[in-house]
Ligand binder design. Structure first.
Ligand code: CUA
Length: 333
């Protein structure tokens, strides 16, 4: 019982952060309207069909009455023909209305604008999201993972790509889905009207850990967005204690350095997420774990138990080394 309640509470917690019926932007609102329109039509048809079925089933041959032969009833035939004709016409009208509204909704959702928007490049990887805020000046470019910050009430343009298989970018509170096709860039745009943290998810089966390919969209005011940006532009801070300085050495002398970047150090590989500001992010492993010390330790030591098949290798790092490494990673705010 308690288990069922816990699951239910968890479901509503996640649903409130990730749900197409709780729109926070004009595009998601359009999709929600379409959903409710189709829902009410389906409900109406369901009720009408059931009433007619019940009415038909109620008419029965009375006991004692002889089984009737074929009855000639031209008047009844004419009525039935009109009834069927009306039902067919109604069905055709409803289907075309739904088709028209769906096409209109997809036009609204797909539309990109000529304004000068905030541009974000999102690249799908098995199984995480690379997020880049491009800039013509390379030192003004931000690179992060699985957490997308956007200012509210502003047009956001997203350019999507994939490096391996087909993924699908879907933040149901904000906009519709967009497939990420390898070797083919496409774009979408959206706006968020309400500050908050919204969850999104890969919506195209992309391998073993498709279900663990989540991301967050953090919608905030222009000022908060700017200060986040300024912080992300900074290189990683120099270690100030013996432990964190040893932690950095551990990072640079183990397999970590083969896949990750920490700007300001020699680690500059782009195989895995950029960790320059790892500690500023809310979750790790694409929404699989909260970004807390214990979860991070488990992830570093044995990522294959948590997300089997992902590209991160397990690391054999001992007690003191691991502690110092975690201390160092904790400074990457
Ligand atoms: Cu990526 Cu499913």
């Amino acid at each position: 019982m308690i288990f069922a309640v816990t699951i239910l509470v968890r479901f509503f917690q996640v649903a409130s952060r990730q749900g197409a019926l709780d729109p926070v932007g004009p595009r998601a609102l359009h999709i929600e309207h379409l959903f409710w329109f189709i829902f009410w039509i389906c409900l109406f048809v369901f009720v009408v069909v059931n009433v007619l079925f019940w009415y038909g089933a109620k008419r029965r041959v009375l006991a004692g009455e002889n089984p009737r032969g074929i009855i000639e009833n031209p008047d009844g035939d004419r009525k039935a023909a009109w009834g069927v004709g009306f039902a067919v016409a109604f069905t055709v009208v409803v289907l075309f209305t739904v088709l028209f509204l769906s096409l209109r909704a997809s036009r609204v959702v797909q539309a990109t604008s000529a304004e000068n928007p905030v541009t974000i490049e999102i690249t799908g990887h098995q199984w995480w999201w690379e997020v880049v805020y491009p800039d013509s000046q390379s030192d003004l470019q931000i690179s992060t993972a699985n957490e997308i910050h956007v200012p509210i009430h502003e047009r956001i343009a997203v350019v999507t790509k994939s490096v391996d298989v087909i993924h699908s970018f879907w933040a149901p509170n904000i906009t519709g889905k967009r497939d990420l096709i390898p070797g083919y860039a496409s774009s979408l745009s959206f706006e968020v009207d309400k500050p908050g943290i919204y969850r999104g998810q890969c919506a195209e089966f992309c391998g073993l850990q498709h279900a663990h390919m989540g991301f967050l969209i953090v919608a905030e005011s222009r000022d908060e967005f700017e200060s986040w940006k300024q912080n992300q532009l900074r290189d990683a801070p120099e270690p100030v204690s013996k432990a964190t300085s040893h932690g950095r050495e551990v990072f640079l002398s183990h397999a970590c350095v083969m896949c990750h970047t920490i700007r300001g150090t020699d680690a500059a590989s782009h195989m895995g997420p950029d960790l320059t500001h790892l500690a500023s992010r809310r979750e790790i492993a694409a929404g699989t774990l909260p970004n807390v010390r214990g979860a991070l330790a488990g992830w570093i030591l044995d990522p294959q138990s948590i997300k089997p098949g992902n590209h991160m290798a397990l690391n054999i790092i001992g007690g003191e080394e691991l502690n110092d490494l975690l201390d160092y990673l904790g400074t990457l705010k």
